[in-house]
Design a protein around this ligand. Structure first.
Ligand code: SF4
Length: 151
C-alpha cells in the first residue's frame, strides 16, 4: 500500500513559481523512507513547465489568465489515472489544497483575484473516485485512515 502525495508537499520545486510547499511531517518522512510514498505533480505530468503561468479552475475547466481553456492538457493524465493508481498500489492521497489541479477542499474561483471557493482541483476530483483524498491540513485524519488500512 502506498500514499500518493502532491510533489510540492514533498519539497520538490514544481510549483508554478518554481517553489514548493514542503509539508514537515515525521509520519510522511517515515513512509517515504520505506518507499510507501508516490509523488505526483499533475501539472508537470501534463507537460507544463516550471516556472509556468498560473492557472485556475472556472466552471470545471482549467483556464489561464487570459481565459483560454486548457483542460485538454490534462486529458491523458485523467484517462490514465485509474491505471496509475492500480499500478502503484495507491490506497489514499494527500494533495495540496487550493490548487486548480490538487485542491481538496478549496480552489480559487477562476477570476485570478485571489478569491477562494469550496471545490476540488481537476485531478483530486478524479482521484476521489478511486481513493480517499486528504489535504495537507488533514494529516491527523489521513494518518488515522492509513492505520485502519494496516489492521
Ligand atoms: S499541480 Fe499540485 S503538485 Fe504540482 S505544484 Fe501544483 S499543487 Fe503542487
Amino acid at each position: 500500500m502506498k500514499i500518493l502525495v502532491s510533489s510540492c508537499l514533498l519539497g520538490q520545486n514544481v510549483r508554478y513559481d518554481g517553489g514548493n510547499c514542503f509539508m514537515n511531517s515525521s509520519w510522511i518522512a517515515r513512509l517515504a523512507a520505506s518507499d510507501q510514498i508516490v509523488s505526483l505533480c499533475p501539472e508537470v505530468a501534463s507537460g507544463m513547465s516550471v516556472p509556468r503561468a498560473p492557472i485556475e479552475l472556472k466552471n470545471g475547466e482549467v483556464v489561464d489568465e487570459s481565459g483560454v481553456v486548457i483542460t485538454e492538457k490534462f486529458r491523458s493524465l485523467v484517462d490514465n489515472l485509474e491505471a496509475f493508481i492500480n499500478d502503484n498500489s495507491i490506497s489514499m492521497a494527500i494533495m495540496k489544497d487550493k490548487s486548480p489541479s490538487c485542491g481538496v477542499r478549496q480552489i480559487y474561483d477562476g477570476s485570478f483575484s485571489g478569491t477562494l471557493i469550496e471545490g476540488q482541483g481537476l485531478i483530486s476530483k478524479e482521484l476521489a473516485k478511486y481513493v480517499p483524498v486528504f489535504c495537507e491540513n488533514e494529516l491527523y485524519e489521513a494518518e488515522k485512515y492509513w492505520n485502519t488500512l494496516k489492521i
